[in-house]
Design a protein around this ligand. Structure first.
Ligand code: HEM
Length: 501
């Protein structure tokens, strides 16, 4: 009888929810949740659970852990259906115990529940980063790009530091009027530490407490309680990261010495003054979050660009040919050249597709029960958009693992088809900084292509050092460290880099 009941129950469950790995009693799929590269693992499950189902292929996978429901969305079509078309139900964020314990949830719009507080954060971000507003950043980007080019010329081995510093210097100057030091900048280090701690521990599988929230109450001395110290340390860093640059701006404002910045702008805003402490906390939060979300994501795309150029020299050659014919070698490219260089535009689009900086997106959550494709998605379900799997979907992209800007060009290569990409997420929670990210990547790519060659580095015996093209496992994923040779294209390029101010 027990066996009969168990089979009945399991069959009913199978019919109720979308397919997925078979759950164990009570703990469900807690042990199935992948700890490394979850996006690859979930993409693999799509094949596994699609192959044997009555339908040809399933792009939605259901998991459960201790009564918590998780749905992984592996195709753009399904993500649009749920997160765009039904956005009124799927714009919440789930509770992630490690994010709550580290203090990130309270300040980071990306983790705040859908509701009035989120709207207030989003409004401020939208005003600053909407499509028509981001041209305001261009003079700053143009001046910081010259620093990037000079650093690549003088010290090419440290390219990953330089591409990290470029978006960081833009967003720090824009947000706080703060000039970062070329290395070991105290504020950048602080934000890096606080961000790394959370990006390493936010995934479901990375900490047991994310799957079993009750564990947050275990005493510190118990085995397995190390996560509590991690969370406490991170919380201190989050507070410090918010306060240090913010109070520096306030002090400069009091002395009449503040550089123009988003923070000083918001502080001067009458509404913010009226809201008193709460308004200040909001400003502190959006400013700190802007740096945390903008710098690392863009740095990932810039590092991916260099990786792609080393692995695909023919693409670099085509981009350089286009650049030489449009811009020549007597000046650096600028934003005004963008429309005349479709290949470079397509190349940037391809970087966003080939190496999405946030491969598993930021989880959404369902507010209410929903029926989709005849199956239940219960209220509270965590929705994971597998952006990596969507970007590698062979139904959408021919030879998806190949870096091929041509896929976004029309037949004669004169126009870019800006097909929507999953890279920036979906619905009401879509990345609010995507226009800035796009500009940042474009100006960096165009100027780097114009000035440098990127090739495989050689060892002491003159043999090329292999580049594996692998990426790390964090929430914001970067190419794993690799060696390459970055050399100026010509004497004219050196002169341009040295003389540009
Ligand atoms: C290559 C660069 C970037 C990538 C790939 C990226 C990707 C993403 C993704 C996937 C999300 C989650 C969307 C969703 O929930 O469906 C997101 C959210 C967000 N991004 Fe970006 N992002 C980038 C750059 C930036 C920049 C430069 C900013 C500057 C402000 C920014 C600000 C944000 C914010 C504030 C959110 C949270 C939005 C919300 O929850 O309402 N991002 N981003």
């Amino acid at each position: 009888l027990i066996k009969w009941c168990a089979t009945k129950l399991s069959n009913r469950r199978k019919e109720l929810y979308h397919p997925g790995p078979k759950p164990l009693p009570i703990i469900g799929n807690a042990l199935d949740i992948p700890k490394v590269s979850p996006w690859r693992e979930y993409a693999g499950w799509r094949q596994q659970y699609g192959k044997f189902s009555t339908r040809p292929r399933r792009d939605i996978i259901h998991l459960s852990a201790l009564g918590k429901h998780i749905v992984v969305v592996n195709s753009i079509e399904k993500a649009v259906d749920l997160l765009d078309k039904r956005s009124s139900n799927y714009s919440d964020r789930p509770d992630i115990p490690m994010a709550n314990m580290t203090g990130w949830t309270a300040i980071n719009i990306g983790l705040i529940h859908y509701g009035e507080l989120w709207r207030r954060h989003r409004r401020l971000f939208h005003q600053k980063f909407r499509q028509n507003a981001v041209s305001e950043f261009r003079p700053l980007q143009t001046s910081k790009i010259q620093v990037l080019l000079r650093n690549l010329l003088e010290n090419p081995e440290e390219f990953s530091l330089h591409v990290r510093n470029f978006p960081a210097s833009v967003i720090m100057a824009a947000t706080y009027g703060y000039e970062i030091a070329p290395r070991n900048d105290p504020i950048v280090t602080l934000v890096d530490e606080a961000s790394t701690m959370i990006t390493e521990h936010i995934f479901l599988g990375s900490q047991l407490v994310n799957v079993f929230p009750v564990l947050r109450h275990i005493p510190d001395w118990m085995p397995g309680a190390a996560f509590k110290k991690i969370a406490r340390d991170c919380h201190n860093k989050v507070n410090e990261m918010m306060d240090t640059p913010f109070y520096a701006v306030k002090e400069q404002m009091a002395k009449g010495e503040a550089m123009p910045s988003w923070t000083s702008e918001l502080l001067q805003d009458h509404d913010a003054k009226k809201r008193g402490e709460e308004g200040e906390y909001l400003i502190k939060s959006v400013a700190a979050t802007a740096f945390a979300v903008a710098a690392d994501t863009s740095a990932s795309s810039l590092a991916s660009f260099i990786l792609a150029m080393v692995l695909y020299p023919d693409v670099l050659a085509k981009a350089q040919a286009e650049l030489d014919s449009v811009v020549g070698n007597t000046r650096l490219p600028n934003f005004g050249d963008r429309d005349s260089m479709p290949y470079i535009d397509a190349l940037c689009h391809e970087i966003f597709r080939w190496s999405p900086a946030v491969p598993l997106g930021v989880p959404h959550a369902a507010l209410e029960d929903d029926i989709y494709d005849g199956r239940l998605i219960p209220a509270g379900t965590m929705i994971l958009s597998n952006i990596w799997a969507m970007s590698r979907d062979e139904r959408m992209y021919d030879q998806p693992s190949k870096f091929m800007p041509e896929r976004f060009l029309n037949a004669d290569g004169t126009e870019v088809t800006h097909d929507p990409l999953p890279t920036f997420g979906f619905g009401r929670r879509i990345c609010v900084g995507r226009h800035l990210a796009d500009d940042t990547l474009w100006i960096a790519v165009a100027t780097m292509v114009s000035c440098f060659n990127f090739t495989k580095a050689k060892d002491a015996f003159g043999k090329e050092i292999d580049v594996t093209g692998e990426f790390d496992d964090k929430l914001i994923s970067h190419p794993r460290p690799f060696k390459c040779s970055i050399t100026p294209r010509s004497d004219a390029a050196v002169k341009l880099i040295k003389t540009s101010v």
